[in-house]
Design a protein around this ligand. Sequence first.
Ligand code: 4AD
Ligand code: MG
Length: 449
Amino acid sequence: MKRTKINGLLTLEKIPGEVLIKGWVRTKRGSKEFSFMDINDGSALKNIQVIANNDLKNYSDIEKITTGTSVAVTGQLVESPGKGQKWEIQASDIEIINIALESYPLQKKRHSDEFLRTIAHLRPRTNKYGAVFRLRSEMMFASHKFYREKGFRYLTTPLITGADCEGAGEMFRVTSPEPGKENFFGRESNLTVSGQLSAEMFALALGDVYTFGPTFRAENSNTSRHVAEFWMLEPEMAFCDLKENMDHGEELVKYLTRYAMDECQEDMELFIKFVDKSLSKRIDTILNTKFGRISYTEAIEILLKSKKKFEFKVEYGTDLQSEHERFLAEEYFKKPVFLTDYPKEIKPFYMRMNDDGKTVAAVDLLVPGIGELIGGSQREERLDVLEKRMDEMSLSKKDYWWYLESRKFGSAPHSGFGMGFERFLMLITGISNIRDVIPFPRTPGSIDF
Ligand code: 4AD
Ligand code: MG
């Protein structure tokens, strides 16, 4: 018989008769006469209840089934008299695939997130992390769906690179395995911090493109919002200015949030009920309000005028700290807000110089609970301005020769941004630590699993 997944069973309208399911035992209660088991196969948050009578030939083995055991159950799907479930299975055969040892750590219902991080290989078997990783998968798909519907082309960009996109000196070095022969590629190479520079070349050929892949940062910041390996969704659009770039970012965030609410209801309900009491309101705000838009300069004025005590000093010309970003999004605007036009000194070389000669056409999207979700800009498409900027920043024009050529042969205004995928998941789940929305987090000093 063909196996049915539990998410398929739970939504059935008619009783199909006999079914076969395979999964892991979440709980078991029993007596000499019969046993009840809740089985979960990861396809849905909900379990299905199985009833085993003592006339089953291996009932004495069934009595020994422990939490975590993998089983295959054949039986009749019948209407359940119990509350909260439509169907249950009256088992005619239970095959024990593998008994979980008594040391299985997920015995009780609730464990702390900190503890579950130490068993990251088992945590997806809990309700909460099952929901997180189903949602993560759905949001990956929804991202591709969004861009397909908008006519963008999907581009994969190299993970090993010779270019430093952000110029922040936070790159992991790639070396040759042979001793003494460090530079396999003939020059220094690194794991990429962003696919942007490659994406720009393709935007100037295919029009609208996006890359979506892993990126790497060796910043030694042990915070709840940073990991050394994370996924970034990066659209890059030809003939697009800063305003259109923001419109696009707002549309993307709203689309993905809407998709989660419509297509992942059961898992989203778990986050709304059990993870963050203010999540429902936050999602409503994302969906139904227009995001704020102010300049960096205005943001500095707001921060200086606020009575709030910050740990880090607010000063024009310095980068905003997370506490400042969160104050703006959480307390001042109470919704996501775009900040634009940052001083050129605190932004990378590729951002377009504004007419004031002091600021660049940068944009960050700040969101409640997290701070920066999106970082992007209009790109400098004017060769002379770009070269001047690179000289000022002592960047080698020789190393970026191909990048500069794009400004010689039919250059065009273009814009794009990067959205941290894990930070987006934090936003819509209310989960406050980035380590809990990525399967096996990489952070300083930690590479278990
Ligand atoms: O602001 P960032 O550094 O922008 C870029 O890399 C641009 N080249 C992107 C582009 O324009 N195509 O990074 C973009 C986003 C941040 O807003 C943040 O959400 C996320 O990537 N991010 C991180 N997420 C998790 N851990 C880290 N260490 C992150 N660093 C950045
Ligand atoms: Mg940034």
